[in-house]
Design a protein around this ligand. Sequence first.
Ligand SMILES: Nc1ncnc2c1ncn2[C@@H]1O[C@H](COP(=O)(O)OP(=O)(O)O)[C@@H](O)[C@H]1O
Ligand SMILES: CC(=O)N[C@@H](CCC(=O)OP(=O)(O)O)C(=O)O
Length: 301
Amino acid sequence: MSDPSMPLPDVHVQAEVLVQALPHMQRYDQQVVVIKYGGHAMGDRAAAEDFAEDVVLLEQSGIKPIIVHGGGPQIGKMLEKLGIKSEFKGGLRVTDEATVEVVEMVLAGSINKQIVGWIGAEGGKAVGLSGKDGNMVTARKVTRTAVDPDSNIEKVVDLGFVGEPEHVNRAVLDQVLQAELIPVLAPVATGNDGQTYNVNADTFAGAIAGAMTAKRLLLLTDVPGVLDKNKNLIPDMTIDDCRRLIADGTITDGMIPKIETCIYALERGVEAVVILDGKVPHAVLLELFTDHGAGTMIRRG
Ligand SMILES: Nc1ncnc2c1ncn2[C@@H]1O[C@H](COP(=O)(O)OP(=O)(O)O)[C@@H](O)[C@H]1O
Ligand SMILES: CC(=O)N[C@@H](CCC(=O)OP(=O)(O)O)C(=O)O
């Protein structure tokens, strides 16, 4: 008999960790998990490798991961290099003809292929697509209004070629998943008018999660989750809490489209959405395969 006061040898600890993951693996078996990998979360090479390892491990465990990536900071850098000015209104990039070309080049080109490459290097098989491929996502132009501070009159804000998903054709994704491939999606889509639209990556991920009735939508960003007024992490929230914290100004800026996405996805049958820090090593595994979880979990109520 071993002495129970003695620490377990490493191999036994490893076995214990694996056994602890079993109920979590069973809970997600054959379920779709949509992971939004934000441009800020991409961070350094080591963080990206951890992320790719997590995704491959999920797929090997019988989960069906779908990756939707952003790339806001990377688009910003490329626009700067090309001398194209860029501004955000209400968390969305004002997108003219020249900007949309760069957005598609960076998102559907370099970033998409980089993530596909990282997953491939960890032994997974990923397929990089944008909303345009197979008419997976069609978009319509976003219309926003804002009160003009000078006249105090509500006016239409023209964001140019910024779109929001109008229709998601899940057949394309079903086929990719059935072939045991990992879809990596760039948030670019075509409108019914044939125009290319720049879609916020959170919004795109929410539409995909809703159409696939995903078990989980994970939004990986650069903060630990939703923070209260004292900057403490809020571990659990409901849709009502979300609306209250937007109304009282606790949730602002880029967190607003994220929370709106959460509400949209939950109302379409996604079981829970988690906002978490993608820079934490193996954030995805910690959230899905341990009892601790990570970040802020949002449920219907
Ligand atoms: N209550 C809040 N809790 C956490 N972050 C918040 C909150 N309100 C606003 N934010 C801001 O939202 C940002 C995350 O949104 P964003 O920068 O668009 O992320 P990403 O690029 O990952 O999509 C945080 O870095 C933070 O500055
Ligand atoms: C309309 C709009 O704002 N689109 C975003 C698309 C990329 C994105 O959302 O990337 P992150 O998730 O890294 O922020 C943009 O042009 O930056």
